[in-house]
Design a protein around this ligand. Structure first.
Ligand code: FA5
Length: 337
């Protein structure tokens, strides 16, 4: 093919009148073959005419490419115009179904517990996730040299270590005492953070729910009764509990509360064949903590508990790896829709 060739004119006419994009693509392939043939013929021409022959094919090639580009632009403009004008749009077609999200299993358990506790006259409180060291440790009677304060366990937010990512929901105990007049009862669901080595049962970021009841004459009996009500709410039936001694500087006496395994009678993998599940630490509020919250320990007493919400959610839905909870994996989350 050459620029002055009648072939070129025909090719250009065909490109300009191509009926659609598909036909244009076929013409594009065809013209490439013709151009290649044109260059091959130019190579064979006598030396004195060769340069001119090459230039002529090159001009033809450029003319065809420009015509193809222009025709493509016309098709694109027409497609856009038809889309804008609404042609081909059928308003009677059903709309695509929106994908519905669902509540995260931890949120579901949290809301159930909030309903349960508010029905018993408890209030729901919140507290900061970035916490002052004073509330996270000092006001809770946790000594300066306690190992929990170590950076191995606690994420610190400033070089002086005055700000930490709260390691538990217990700091809200003291914040609540400062804000509310006794008697009061409150739960505090929320996220906590620990510099942990992560495995199937330990996360660096997990959920707890603090409980705090301050009144006159509060006893361990009130604590046990409240915990049994909590378990009945979560598992839908009465579940036996037992207390073992446990040490936390902010309660005295302190306990670990175990619940009878809700899944078996003789022992299973969830309860590690013991028929008991370690559920939550709890105890009677230490007088030093009441004092730190500005409450007269001579007049007022209280109990507190620190429920591992992530662990309870795992128990409730038989989830075997805590890391799934905050993985954000839709395949996991879709199961709770
Ligand atoms: C505490 O955090 C105390 N503040 C609880 C408390 C409150 C005691 C009030 C007395 C009175 P502990 O470190 O044991 O305690 O954590 C409480 C619960 O959080 C544990 O029983 C467990 O269920 C859960 N938990 C602890 N570490 C992790 C972790 N790395 N990943 C997931 N859950 C965890």
């Amino acid at each position: 093919m050459q620029a002055d060739d009648a072939h070129l004119q025909t090719a250009l006419d065909r490109v300009r009148s191509a009926p659609d994009l598909e036909a244009l693509r076929a013409l594009e392939r065809e013209s490439r073959v013709l151009v290649d043939e044109g260059f091959a013929a130019a190579r064979q021409s006598p030396p004195e005419r060769r340069k001119e022959a090459f230039q002529s094919v090159q001009r033809a090639k450029e003319a065809i490419e420009a015509a193809i580009r222009a025709r493509k632009d016309e098709f694109e403009a027409a497609a856009l115009e038809s889309e804008r004008s609404g042609a081909g749009f059928d308003p009677t077609l059903p709309a695509p179904k929106p994908r519905r999200g669902s509540l995260h299993p931890i949120t579901q358990v949290t809301r159930e517990l909030e309903d349960l506790f508010t029905s018993m006259g408890w209030r729901v409180l919140d507290g900061p996730e970035v916490e002052l060291e004073r509330y996270n440790f000092d006001a809770l009677n946790i000594s300066r040299d306690h190992p929990a304060r170590d950076t191995m366990d606690t994420f610190r937010c400033d070089p002086e270590g005055k700000l930490v990512l709260r390691t538990h929901t217990s700091p809200v105990q003291v914040r609540a005492m400062e804000r509310l007049k006794p008697p009061f009862r409150a739960i505090v669901p929320g996220k906590v953070f620990r510099n942990e080595t992560v495995d199937a049962s330990h996360e660096h970021t997990f959920h707890q729910m603090e409980g705090l009841c301050i009144d006159r004459g509060v006893s361990v009996g009130h604590l046990i009764g409240t915990m049994k009500t909590l378990l009945r709410g979560v598992f839908g039936r009465d579940i036996e509990v037992r207390l073992r001694p446990g040490y936390f500087p902010f309660v005295e006496p302190g306990f670990e509360l175990d619940a009878r395994c809700p899944f078996c009678k003789e022992g299973c993998s969830v309860c590690k064949q013991s028929t008991w599940i370690e559920l939550l630490p709890c105890g009677m509020v230490h007088p030093n903590v009441l004092a730190a919250g500005g409450i007269d320990a001579e007049e007022w007493t209280g109990f507190a508990f620190g429920l591992g919400l992530s662990r309870l959610t795992m128990l409730r839905y038989e989830i075997d790896d805590v890391r799934l909870l905050l993985s954000g994996d839709p395949r996991f989350l879709e199961q709770f829709a």
